[in-house]
Design a protein around this ligand. Structure first.
Ligand SMILES: [Zn+2]
Length: 213
């Protein structure tokens, strides 16, 4: 399967994550690859939960993944983990402020994700960005999932190593979780590599796309 690079034409990207480390876990390598192909791309990173500690870790991680972070944007909210559906109106209000970014590409959770906070943000992304390209990313979790991705971004060994290192170095509070380790992050990307006929990859679900000349 031949691959096509879409990143060179992208000017502004919005990454949406319910929890502080979601974006990096789901698409950390894609961020690195996008910045490699197109260093001019403007990254907007929006996280919707977390306390002071988690936010500090999130900022450290953002700075690690995005060079010259001051030229990009990190927005962090503090909605209670697991309670997004009961705070829908407030979350939606916060979400509205992202509209003005007018991104070329939006990364959000997939609507088939079993985590309620992830699903809320996925639905809001589709409600809010109706003329935009949206890629839905996947997060490994206890619930498991039976989602078939249909879009892949191949990654180098070096990029996978960097994703694992940056995640573990930044998110000190998460290291005690049994799943938060290099083996998880690497094996998911290896599996996506098998699915896309390469060594490592990150996978997405794309529901619709409008192609111009
Ligand atoms: Zn999450």
């Amino acid at each position: 399967m031949k691959s096509v690079s879409l990143f060179s034409g992208v000017r502004r990207v919005l990454c949406i994550g319910a929890h502080c480390d979601d974006i990096e876990i789901g698409l950390g390598g894609t961020i690195l690859e996008m910045l490699r192909v197109n260093p001019q791309v403007e990254i907007h990173w929006a996280v919707f939960s977390g306390n002071e500690t988690r936010h500090a870790e999130c900022r450290e991680s953002f700075n690690a993944f995005v060079p010259n972070a001051q030229d990009h944007q990190l927005v962090m909210h503090s909605y209670r983990d697991g309670h997004f559906p009961s705070r829908l109106e407030a979350v939606k209000e916060s979400f509205e402020s992202l509209k003005s970014i007018d991104p070329d590409l939006v990364f959000t959770h997939t609507r088939f994700d079993r985590h309620q906070d992830h699903r809320v943000l996925s639905d809001l992304a589709w409600n809010t960005f109706r003329a935009h390209l949206i890629w839905e990313y996947l997060i490994p979790k206890w619930d498991g999932e039976s989602i078939e991705p249909n879009l892949y971004v191949p990654l180098s060994e070096d990029q996978v190593v960097r994703v694992c290192e940056k995640l573990q170095r930044s998110y000190v509070s998460q290291r005690s979780k049994h799943w938060f380790d290099e083996e998880t992050f690497r094996s998911v990307r290896r599996l996506r590599g098998v699915e896309s006929n390469t060594r490592y990859a990150e996978a997405f679900v794309i529901r619709k796309m409008v192609v111009g000349a």
